[in-house]
Ligand binder design. Structure first.
Ligand code: SF4
Length: 435
């Protein structure tokens, strides 16, 4: 586990009242840099925790803070009781303005969330390409301090992995078209392990399945504890990889570039499938050379089955400047972003204009091809226009590409065989909490 000095620890009564869950909490507590006693709370205490103790006060983009510190830790349990909407209404009635996955985590709901990417109900379907699927959640919040990210301040983790696995097995059985399951994109689930003791059982559960895969997405190098697990080749680990300046100046508590690649090598040697996402690619001043060096390093040490690319995006140039020290960036690209405000007004792929993003992708692609002529390279969460522009060079269309965490990107698959937007069907799975 990471060295941590959280300002406070909160433990729901359901954690304290169950011997195995309490042991998980106690193991994490005993690994902290300084001992700290947990505050035990009940659901009824949440309004006071939020309004008076301000447990969500630092849920802002971390680069906007004068100083970034370790998050408070909150231990909770998932309730598989069908009361999510009722509990959310209650929280609203208490004038608590917290939504999304953070509200789910505080209330103990939202373990499995339907991601309707590019289906009619997806409001962004005309502006990004991604695949519909179920996504798995277990934590909300992170230790890594990435300046552009807003999930610091509080790390909520569940502890009842046994209940989770029991319900997950029913979800998987009901959705035979979904072959891979991304475990968490609101946290980095390696950070509290092995003390938390929840990720290991999940990896070993997937190890018992036929043709179903767990995908872990990480910037961490904390992998030694997982090398001897019975994963049976059913866990894929996707390293979000960044070149050295980005990884040190803007992602300060993640593994460095070299540490992430070394961790990937260890996992590959232990039989895990490893992948990389260059995501987000932040074009620092010397980004071309840094990207080339990083790509050389990763191919010298590992054999990824897929690489995906995604430029820094999802905000205006002003918001980018608020979160990131723009003096680190390529000045030509910052100027291009400044002058392209109108051009990128109707795409979420802002702030960099299409020609900048294409230039970045093309450089990464040509450097990857120097080392490996065959590894699939795809774009992650890019828009249709970029797919039309770069699809021929990548050798894929927006419909058939394989990627880091798509629901049918199984190990070593080179191309999707079925249309991912047609095969995805959300099914009812009895009485348990689905969203
Ligand atoms: S690793 Fe991911 S979740 Fe964690 S702070 Fe960085 S961007 Fe946010």
């Amino acid at each position: 586990m990471y060295d941590l000095s959280p300002p406070a620890i909160f433990a729901h009564e359901s954690v304290m009242g169950h011997a195995r869950y309490r042991q998980r909490l106690e193991r994490v507590l005993s690994a902290l840099t300084e001992p700290i006693a947990p505050t035990v709370y009940r659901d009824e205490d949440l309004p006071a925790l939020i309004n008076e103790q301000q447990i969500l006060a630092n849920r802002v983009p971390m680069g906007t803070l004068d100083e970034i510190s370790d998050p408070a830790l909150l231990f909770n349990t998932f309730r598989f009781d069908g009361r999510r909407e009722k509990q959310q209404e209650w929280l609203k009635s208490e004038s608590i303005k917290v939504g999304g996955h953070a509200a789910n985590g505080l209330l103990g709901y939202g373990p499995f969330v339907w991601f309707p990417a590019n289906l009619p109900e997806d409001e962004h379907r005309h502006d990004k390409v991604c695949r519909p699927c179920w996504r798995l959640h277990f934590q909300n919040g992170c230790i890594h301090r990435c300046h552009y990210c807003g999930v610091g301040g509080l790390l909520i983790t569940m502890v009842n992995i046994e209940d989770y696995i029991e319900n997950l097995s029913r979800l998987i059985a009901a959705h035979p078209w979904q072959e891979t399951y991304l475990f968490e994109d609101d946290a980095d689930v390696l950070c509290l392990e092995p003390e938390l003791g929840c990720l290991g059982p999940l990896i070993e559960f997937f190890g018992t399945l036929e043709d179903r895969y767990l995908i872990i997405h990480t910037k961490s190098a904390n992998v030694d504890w997982m090398l001897d697990l019975d994963h049976n080749g059913k866990t894929i680990i996707v390293w979000s990889i960044a070149a050295p300046t980005q990884s040190r100046a803007l992602e300060p508590r993640t593994g460095t570039t070299q540490e992430r690649i070394k961790a990937a090598r260890k996992c590959q040697e232990a039989g895990y499938v490893v992948r990389y996402k260059f995501k987000p690619i932040i074009p620092v001043a010397d980004w071309r050379q840094e990207a080339s060096d990083t790509i050389r390093l990763l191919f010298e040490q590992t054999s990824p089955d897929v690489i995906s690319l995604c430029c820094f995006m999802w905000m205006t140039v002003d918001e980018m400047r608020r979160r990131i020290d723009a003096s680190l960036l390529d000045p030509e690209y910052v100027e291009a972003a400044e002058s392209a405000a109108d051009e990128v007004a109707d795409t979420r792929a802002k702030p960099f204009p299409e020609w900048v993003r294409a230039e970045i992708y093309e450089h990464h692609l040509s450097e990857i091809r120097r080392w490996d002529p065959d590894v699939p390279v795809s774009l992650s969460t890019e828009n249709w226009a970029m797919w039309q522009r770069l699809g021929p060079k990548l050798g894929f269309t927006a419909v058939n590409y394989v990627c880091g965490c798509g629901p049918n990107s199984t190990p070593w698959r080179r191309r999707l065989e079925a249309n991912p937007f047609r095969i995805a069907k959300k099914c009812a799975v009895g009485r348990f909490e689905l969203m």
